[in-house]
Design a protein around this ligand. Structure first.
Ligand SMILES: C[S@@+](CC[C@H](N)C(=O)[O-])C[C@H]1O[C@@H](n2cnc3c(N)ncnc32)[C@H](O)[C@@H]1O
Length: 441
């Protein structure tokens, strides 16, 4: 409840707040798992839970004290969406918490509201007369503005599928460090150790692992044999087609998932300049490089907008701009994003993305490749940016069809839009956008 309260009141990031609270709480593995489920599940279903609570709270959820609102949401989430917690236990726990934190009146109200919900047992029928966007928003717990945007871009059926997939737990996938081992060999080892592991359908470097616990605690991770990375994210370095001996710039590199993949594809030969705005984040990239035994990566803390002043024009063979974005392709991992981001954020961040792209492009050698990627879904930060860039840079062309991804995933490319938009329901991986641009010789 404290984590939920901080996310709501202070705008804390759910994953960071949860990690720090779990570290302090010293819970058992099972209880930590339950706390995680309660936080992510409640955040995920926020507007649907509020809609339901509004039927039982006479003055309306919005007028409740924030901690009472968080308590009711979290308890109702258990009653409606979880089947292994007896509902009466969720109610008792809520009443005890209310007594501890508030007074008799509040615990009585909490008890009354949750018991009314218990009698209903399931989500009340959605009000009649909702339009398609309102229905999807309420049924799959997404903000209305986002649902409308996705309907406009992809149609109602796809928009609903995206929202449904956003409520699924994300898969665990790892990328094999090919400078140390081969995917088949690691797969075999994993299976020998009893893991349910199988090759990624999306990336030739990926392994999907079910029920394997936290692989960041494994010997494989410690020894640098693998990195934990989403399957869509693994496609980005591949799209860049880096080759041993090349000079590569990664403009926004922390925490280093794609930088290290680029180095692995280059067999650690050549040089990669990995930048990030924040020194502590650039340090994370250096730590990953060290863990993976990659010596070709140099890290720099710098604002990527200043890169054209730092390096000579046309001096890199490959440039990756994995831009800061609204992150609406990774809602499964960070459900609070869908409530904290606004249409205004999109406009503001797309302006920054365009400036970053224009600046980075100056540094690319003729004949070189620049990849622009984001982990978000929506044209303003993706296709529109790339189209705007191409129209003001006649020396660049869209080169998606020539990338190694085109052979396997060509069906995701469209004739009239640059880049590849991967949606979370297509492969069960994160939503990503990847555009390949080439500077003419
Ligand atoms: C999408 S994340 C990069 C993820 C990374 N490529 C990976 O695969 O691990 C975007 C990064 O850009 C950094 N960033 C934001 N604004 C920046 C700027 N103006 N210059 C450089 N880095 C920036 C953020 O700190 C963040 O680490």
């Amino acid at each position: 409840m404290d984590v939920l309260l901080r996310v709501e009141q202070e705008g804390a990031y759910s994953n960071l707040q949860l990690n720090s609270s779990l570290q302090k709480a010293g819970l058992s593995r099972e209880d930590a798992g339950l706390a995680t489920e309660l936080v992510y599940g409640t955040l995920s279903r926020l507007n649907t839970l509020d809609f339901m609570l509004d039927q039982f709270v006479s003055k309306g959820v919005a007028k409740l004290q924030p901690w009472v609102r968080c308590l009711l949401r979290m308890s109702l989430y258990q009653i409606v969406y979880l089947d292994r917690i007896p509902s009466h236990a969720a109610v008792n726990e809520a009443v005890n918490l209310a007594k501890k934190r508030g007074h008799q009146g509040i615990s009585g109200m909490v008890n009354g509201v949750l018991r009314s919900a218990l009698r209903t047992g399931e989500l009340p029928a959605l009000p009649s007369g909702l339009d398609e966007a309102e229905r999807i928003s309420l049924e799959h717990s997404h903000p209305l503005w986002l649902v409308k945007e996705w309907i406009g871009r992809f149609g109602a059926e796809t928009a609903e599928a995206i929202c449904r997939a956003d409520n699924e737990p994300p898969a665990v996938s790892v990328r094999v460090n090919t400078t140390m081992t081969a995917r088949d060999k690691l797969l075999l080892e994993m299976r020998e150790q009893g893991l349910d592991a199988f090759p990624s359908q999306l990336s030739p470097f990926g392994i999907v692992v079910r029920g394997g616990g936290n692989l960041a605690l494994s010997d494989w991770y410690r020894d640098g044999v693998l990195s934990i990375q989403d399957e869509s994210s693994m496609l980005v370095a591949e799209a860049l087609s880096p080759e041993p001996g090349m000079k590569v710039l990664d403009c926004c590199s922390a925490p280093g998932g794609k930088t290290s993949h680029i180095a692995e594809l280059m067999e650690d030969q050549g040089s990669i300049v990995a930048c990030d705005l924040y020194p502590h984040k650039a340090e994370l990239v250096a730590q990953q490089a060290e863990r993976l035994g990659l010596g070709s990566i140099e890290t720099i803390a710098i604002d990527a907008l200043e890169l054209p002043q730092r390096y000579p024009a046309m001096s890199f063979d490959r440039i990756l701009l994995d831009a800061p974005c609204t992150g609406l392709g990774v809602i499964r991992r960070k459900p609070d994003l869908k409530w904290s981001k606004t249409p205004g954020d999109r406009i503001e961040i797309s302006r920054l993305q365009r400036r970053l792209l224009n600046g980075a492009a100056e540094l690319l050698k003729p004949g070189g490749i620049l990849v622009y990627s984001t982990c978000t879904i929506g044209s303003a930060e993706n296709e529109e940016n790339v189209k705007d860039f191409l129209s003001s840079h006649p020396e660049f062309v869209s080169s998606d069809q020539d990338s190694p991804l085109a052979e396997r995933l060509g069906s995701l490319l469209s004739a009239d839009q640059p880049g590849m938009q991967i949606l979370p329901q297509q492969f069960g991986s994160d939503g990503f956008y990847i555009a390949v641009l080439r500077r003419l010789s």
